[in-house]
Design a protein. Structure first.
Length: 256
C-alpha cells in the first residue's frame, strides 16, 4: 500500500464530520473536533469550498454545509449500485460464515422474488433458485418485507386475499399473520418454521436503502436436522449483520 497523503486525509476527515450533527460546521468546530491547527483548517475549508465540496451557509456567516459536488458524487455512486449484484456479494460472505443457504429477496405485490442466492456446501440443504417467486406470508423474507410496509399499504396488498398454504405449518389466518407481523416489527427479525418447505426453517432481516426504506430482506435457510434454539439465535444475529452490511453498501448510514 502506498503512503497516505496527510492533507487529503484531513480533507476527508472534515467531510466526514458532516455525517453527524445538523449538517453545518464552523472553522472553530472543525478545529476542536479534529484537533488541527486553525490555519490548516481554514486552508482546507477554503479549498473544499472552492471545489464545491463545501458551501458557505448564507444565513449563517462562518458556517459551511456540504456542497453540490458531494451530491453529484453520491448520485453517481447510487446509479452504479445494483441490488442483485451487491446482494449476491453479501450473501456469499454470509454463506461462507455459516455454510448455510442465503437468499436476498424483494417484495412484488404479495409475493417475494429471490434476486440473489448462495448455496450451502452441505449435502443436505435447501433447494431453490434466484428468480423463484413464493407467497410472501409463507417465507421469512416475505414476512419481514410485509412487516416493513406502512399500514395502509399492507392493507391494500393483503386485505380480502386468501392466504394459500404451502405446507401444513403455513399461516392462512389473516389475524394470525397480522399478529406475527407486529411481533416482527418489534423484534426486527422474521422467522419461518416449515412454512414454505416442511424440512426447512429460516430467519430474515431487513435491508434498507440510503433513505432508510426497506427494499429487500436477507435470509439464512437451514434444514431442520441442523436447526436448534441456539442455532436460531446465532443465525438471527448473522442475518441481521448481513442485512446491515448490504444496507451499508446501499448507502444506509444506520446499518452498522
Amino acid at each position: 500500500m502506498g503512503r497516505l497523503v496527510p492533507a487529503v486525509t484531513r480533507a476527508f476527515d472534515i467531510l466526514e464530520l458532516f455525517l453527524d450533527g445538523d449538517g453545518t460546521l464552523s472553522a472553530p468546530e472543525v478545529t476542536r473536533k479534529l484537533r488541527l491547527p486553525r490555519t490548516t483548517v481554514h486552508e482546507l475549508l477554503t479549498t473544499l469550498a472552492a471545489r464545491s465540496y463545501l458551501a458557505p451557509v448564507p444565513e449563517q456567516p462562518g458556517r459551511y454545509r456540504l456542497g453540490v459536488r458531494t451530491y453529484q458524487l453520491g448520485s453517481r455512486y447510487a446509479e452504479q449500485l445494483d441490488l442483485a449484484a451487491e446482494g449476491q456479494r453479501v450473501a456469499r460472505e454470509v454463506a461462507e460464515t455459516c455454510d448455510e443457504t442465503v437468499h436476498v429477496a424483494i417484495l412484488e405485490d404479495t409475493d417475494v422474488i429471490y434476486i440473489a442466492k448462495v448455496d450451502s456446501t452441505h449435502a443436505v440443504r435447501m433447494v431453490s433458485a434466484a428468480g423463484r417467486r413464493l407467497p410472501a406470508h409463507c417465507t421469512a423474507v416475505g414476512k419481514m418485507l410485509l412487516a416493513s410496509l406502512p399500514p395502509a399499504e399492507l392493507d391494500a396488498r393483503v386485505a380480502g386475499r386468501a392466504l394459500t398454504a404451502m405446507t401444513p405449518a403455513s399461516l392462512t389466518d389473516a389475524t394470525a399473520l397480522r399478529a406475527e407481523l407486529t411481533a416482527i416489527r418489534e423484534r426486527g427479525t422474521a422467522f419461518e418454521h416449515r412454512e414454505s418447505n416442511p424440512d426447512v426453517s429460516c430467519v430474515a432481516a431487513p435491508v434498507r436503502d440510503s433513505a432508510g426504506r426497506v427494499v429487500a430482506a436477507l435470509s439464512v435457510s437451514v434444514p431442520m436436522i441442523r436447526w436448534s434454539e441456539d442455532r436460531e439465535a446465532e443465525l438471527a444475529e448473522l442475518a441481521a449483520k448481513g442485512a446491515g452490511d448490504l444496507s451499508a453498501r446501499l448507502g444506509h448510514r444506520g446499518a452498522r
